[in-house]
Design a protein around this ligand. Structure first.
Ligand code: GMT
Length: 375
């Protein structure tokens, strides 16, 4: 098949999933065309069957805001015509689904549109009255819609009352990249012998509750000699740094900023903390599970579909930092339990979230769309 993929190419789970999907589809012989404003950061080296088409918004002086959405629609249409694309698979509804529907109108009905909802495009932007109707339009005019968890399917239905079928297709990891790696030599650079290493990776937006990460770590650190590795950047970071200083944890918290390649960093850790207020899936928890690292997280959104409470990690109510700290201590003190969780996680990744299985689910959906089996 000839497939155009549009996503946010910068850091973020939706861009990661879109890029990894494109790479797997290309490996399986499909022609993949990324249509984005930048090269997706996980694309990396040259891949046979993958092309990249940049999108440039016109910055003419009369525009207060460069019309990116129109430039994207126009580029999608150009690429679709030039390479006779079968379909556009867009990740994240705003503005990608709407731009794809417009491109389809420019090219013709034979060009199909598949939209994958990732989370904040529904749970945050869908609550904005200025965007709600246009998101609903993008969803209802797509030829097929997927969401990354059952929870997101439900939330989309509740918020938009659309009767468009939405298929749940889980996110996945490439087990050739995410697997338990022996990082003992690098670990020595971050921690002293006998210390434990906790990890948090996010975009440090309020929805990730990074301040809770510090509160949890503070409590853990009182009981167990430990350090905290923080990966990522975002608006909450200054507050987080201030709190770390207030609690005099400067020597214990390591800020690494944004990192492109996280599989090695994850393998360094004993535990992942993910106390988010909203999370439609929690890709980082899946990446950790694939590296054999258990997660302590909030019981929200799609997280319980990824992390099995009491089996591959522990879940708590959002904001319950006391319980999250207790759970973390429990896992860090009991090596047998941690090993058991790690093994259960690896098994879960194999059976539910392996790349090959998920790519086949997408291929099946594409086939249905192209054969006109979906209304
Ligand atoms: O988490 C974010 O704020 C970024 C956002 C994105 O677009 O990358 O993440 C969403 O999509 C990821 C990939 O499907 C999911 O793993 C995240 O759970 C989801 N984030 C939220 O729902 C907050």
């Amino acid at each position: 098949m000839r497939i155009g993929i549009t996503c946010y190419p910068s850091h973020g789970g939706s861009g990661v999933v879109a890029t990894e999907l494109g790479k797997l589809l290309a490996e399986r012989g499909h022609d993949i065309h990324f249509i984005t404003y930048d090269m997706p950061f996980r694309l990396g080296r040259f891949h046979q069957n993958i092309r990249y088409h940049g999108v440039e918004a016109n910055r003419y002086a009369v525009f207060k805001f460069p019309p990116y959405d129109l430039a994207l629609a126009s580029r999608m249409a150009q690429v679709a015509k030039a390479y006779r694309l079968d379909l556009l698979h867009v990740h994240y509804a705003v503005p990608h689904a709407i731009a794809a529907v417009l491109a389809k109108q420019m090219v013709g009905d034979h060009l199909k549109v598949v939209t994958t909802l990732h989370g904040t495009d529904i749970t945050v932007l869908g609550e904005d009255p200025g965007l709600k109707d246009v998101i609903c339009f993008g969803i209802s005019r797509s030829d097929a819609v997927t969401a990354v968890s059952d929870s997101l399917v439900r939330q989309t239905r509740e918020l938009f009352c659309v009767d468009t079928p939405i298929r749940r297709i889980y996110n996945f990891v490439d087990s050739r990249v995410y697997y338990p790696k022996d990082m003992s030599s690098l670990r020595d650079r971050y921690i002293y012998p006998g210390e434990r290493l906790l990890l948090h990776i996010s975009n440090f937006r309020p929805v990730k509750r990074p301040m809770d990460v510090i509160e949890i770590f503070h409590r853990v650190n009182r009981e167990i000699p430990s350090r905290l590795l923080l990966v990522g950047e975002g608006p909450e970071l200054p507050k987080v740094m201030e709190r770390v200083n207030e609690l005099e944890l400067q020597d214990k918290v390591i800020f690494l900023g944004n990192q492109d390649e996280v599989s090695q960093l994850i393998s360094l850790a004993d535990l992942l903390l993910l106390p988010s207020a909203k999370e439609s899936f929690g890709l980082v928890a899946l990446e950790a599970m694939a590296c054999g690292v258990p997660t302590v997280a909030s019981n929200i959104g799609g997280i319980p579909e990824v992390v099995e409470d009491g089996v591959t990690g522990f879940l708590s109510e959002v904001g319950d930092v006391e319980k999250m700290a207790m759970d973390a201590v429990r896992l860090l003190k009991n090596e047998a339990l941690a090993r058991q969780f790690s093994e259960a996680g690896l098994q879960r990744v194999k059976t539910k979230f392996c790349g090959l299985r998920i790519v086949k689910e997408y291929e099946e959906l594409y086939r249905e769309v192209l054969e006109g089996k979906r209304e």
